[in-house]
Design a protein around this ligand. Sequence first.
Ligand code: AQP
Length: 334
Amino acid sequence: TPRIFSGIQPSGNLTLGNYLGALKRFAQKQDEGIETIYCLVDMHAITVWQDPEALRRQTREAAAAFIASGVDPKRSILFNQSQVGAHAELAWLFNCTARLGWMNRMTQFKDKAGKNAEKASLGLYAYPALMAADILLYHATMVPVGEDQKQHVELTRDIANKFNHDFGVDFFPEPEPLIEGAATRVMSLRDGSKKMSKSDPSDASRINLTDDADTIAKKFRKARTDAEPLPETVEGLSERPEARNLVNIYAALADMTAAQVVAEFAGKGFGDFKPALADLAVEKLAPISTEMKRLMDDVTEIDRILGHGAEQADAIARPIVEKTYDIMGMVRSR
Ligand code: AQP
């Protein structure tokens, strides 16, 4: 049976990129009646420094963002990773399956470690093995992610395949990345060649889910663009990354295709398009930020949801990690 697993790092304010690339689709998958498991991956977040108080707040805020985006804790399992110890356990077993050469090819490590890779944490380097554990711990078959995570899901398949081959079993499925929709890679509003990211030092580069209407309008108004009007067809966007990004954001927010958006705005300049985009973004995001604020007023409810989700997740994960130890020859006698 198909089962979906995906996660988000509670490492800062969630962005419009996280919403369109992940949260909005998480809710859609749940509504399609597929079994869905969603995780706030706090153990991934600490691969770079996190202030403890900030991490606690961001984890609860990210949980609020899931719920406000339509993930229903009654129909999806929603929890934070560190409350289910099996993630760390299976990650260690996969550290012994994955090869250094595979890790060396991961572009996210290179991007995040930057020039001074000697100073990066060992955890940042091993991140993809923990992500493989997150997914395979539930025998998940589908992983909705943005374009940037495709390489990690492919590595997960390699780990599953090598494990099965090494031990002569058919135990771990090879999961598929689900990269769908008009906004699989939302770009920075300041630089059309960089992805929109919650850790970008420039706040103007992104729309945060908690931004108010004026801030959203201002950020879109100041978004970098060229001076041409919108083209007649999407092909006309191919050499215009900033314009294409804004069209894709509009399309994803409105549940349209980029071609439909271009057809509607053909010949109009950004003086017309940007305010329309800002209005649409405010219309879609304002209810989410209002609901997030309400949920954050009393975090006991969020904590209860995460605790209950962790129990549900553990009930699936525990037998799978136990079976993995057994396959590898570790004595199980308690
Ligand atoms: N710009 C984006 N466009 C589309 N999808 C995106 N995602 C992130 N940014 C974009 C998707 O959101 C999910 C969760 O990502 P994450 O928080 O685990 O880590 P990330 O991909 O590293 O995201 P950020 O915002 O760039 O975080 P930081 O700055 O902390 O590294 C994933 O499905 C991702 O594809």
